[in-house]
Write a protein that binds this ligand. Structure first.
Ligand SMILES: Cc1cc2nc3c(=O)[nH]c(=O)nc-3n(C[C@H](O)[C@H](O)[C@H](O)COP(=O)(O)OP(=O)(O)OC[C@H]3O[C@@H](n4cnc5c(N)ncnc54)[C@H](O)[C@@H]3O)c2cc1C
Length: 305
């Protein structure tokens, strides 16, 4: 697809690969865009640096006095159980999205990234080890288990404005106690005791990831853990066996969100002609949304040209 796009545009657009933009400057007659070797000027500038450019985007916003906020993060665990428990759902719909509002706090807990017959894996982001999951198309690589994340969405209110650091510190705590990802049986969590190698070995559900048995209640904030426990009991009603003692919980799983750039409905900053699109804006979080934001701004600019 990218090759086709490139072939279509190469005669109309100047592409500069491996050329990081270092700075965007506001001038009286438009914008200056600096790279290490060149400076480009323009009347209108569209920034689209994705998640990897988040820190850079922050510095641009600081330089140009554009407000930002970072107040959302999703924190939770990866659940692993025998595939039969969810097969009546996953056989019909590979990935079901189930959202539950907790009675205790009114928080939203959702299932995410369901992997029938999949494996639990670790993810290393800048030295912080968190948990994730995947499954293989090749049936020979299938496992007897299904895994999915249970995530609690947390939005902070003023004055706190650094949800990413909050989640990173929770993940660091699990790394400190478990040397990486921590694993606990649901039954142990409810009984208020840590899981041990022996108790995990006795479990009918065999873990697909070698994680350190421990106690998630020493890592996760109470509000988040309460939400996850409530959700597991709620899921047990539609998929009996979810709240079994041997259900495995791996922690922590975190979904970070980019900081949100203060933009108009047209995705324009307070500086007329400077737009921010895609995941770097904090407005979109997926391929289709990021693409749509680009088309949206392109149409606006073309209409006014
Ligand atoms: C492992 C993984 C799996 C995913 N799976 C899915 C999925 O199944 N479905 C889905 O919808 N989404 C998925 N996503 C999310 C999806 O990739 C993003 O939502 C989407 O790519 C955002 O598009 P974007 O154009 O905003 O940013 P990107 O695609 O990240 O593009 C931004 C580009 O800007 C470049 N850049 C950054 N800083 C600078 C700079 N200073 N100067 C110049 N260039 C810079 C980056 O190198 C990058 O090439 C996944 C993401 C990851 C990491």
């Amino acid at each position: 697809m990218l090759q086709n796009l490139f072939a279509l545009l190469r005669d109309k657009v100047d592409f500069y690969f491996r050329t990081p933009v270092t700075r965007v400057e506001k001038r009286t007659d438009g914008f200056a865009v600096d790279t290490e070797s060149e400076c480009f000027t323009c009347d209108q500038c569209v920034i689209s640096v994705g998640r990897s450019g988040s820190k850079w985007m922050e510095s641009v916003c600081r330089d140009l006095d554009i407000a930002t906020k970072s107040n959302r993060v999703d924190i939770g665990v990866r659940v692993e159980l025998p595939a039969e428990i969810f097969s009546h759902l996953t056989d019909e719909l590979y990935e079901s999205k189930i959202v539950y509002r907790t009675e205790k706090y009114g928080d939203l807990v959702r299932t995410f990234c369901m992997n029938p017959h999949g494996a639990v894996v670790t993810e290393n982001t800048n030295g912080i080890v968190t948990v994730n999951g995947h499954s293989y198309e090749d049936a020979r690589l299938h496992t007897p288990n299904t895994n999915f994340a249970l995530l609690v969405s947390k939005r902070f209110t003023e004055p706190f404005n650094d949800s990413t650091a909050y989640a990173e510190n929770i993940a660091k705590l699990s790394n400190m106690l478990g040397g990486g990802v921590m694993l606990q049986k649901f039954g142990d969590l409810i009984a208020g005791r840590r899981s041990t190698e022996k108790r995990i070995a006795e479990s009918f559900t065999v873990p697909t990831l070698a994680a350190t048995p421990g106690d998630l209640s020493l890592v996760m904030p109470k509000r988040i853990l309460d939400g996850i426990i409530e959700m597991i009991y709620a899921l047990d009603m539609i998929a009996p066996g979810t709240a079994n003692d041997d259900t495995l919980l791996y922690g922590v799983e975190v979904k970070f969100y980019n900081m949100q750039v203060d933009l108009s409905e047209d995705l324009e900053t307070k500086h007329k002609g400077l737009f921010v699109i895609g995941d770097g804006s904090g407005v979109t979080h997926s391929l289709s949304h990021a693409s749509a934001s680009g088309v949206f701004v392109a149409r606006k600019i073309a209409k006014e040209a």
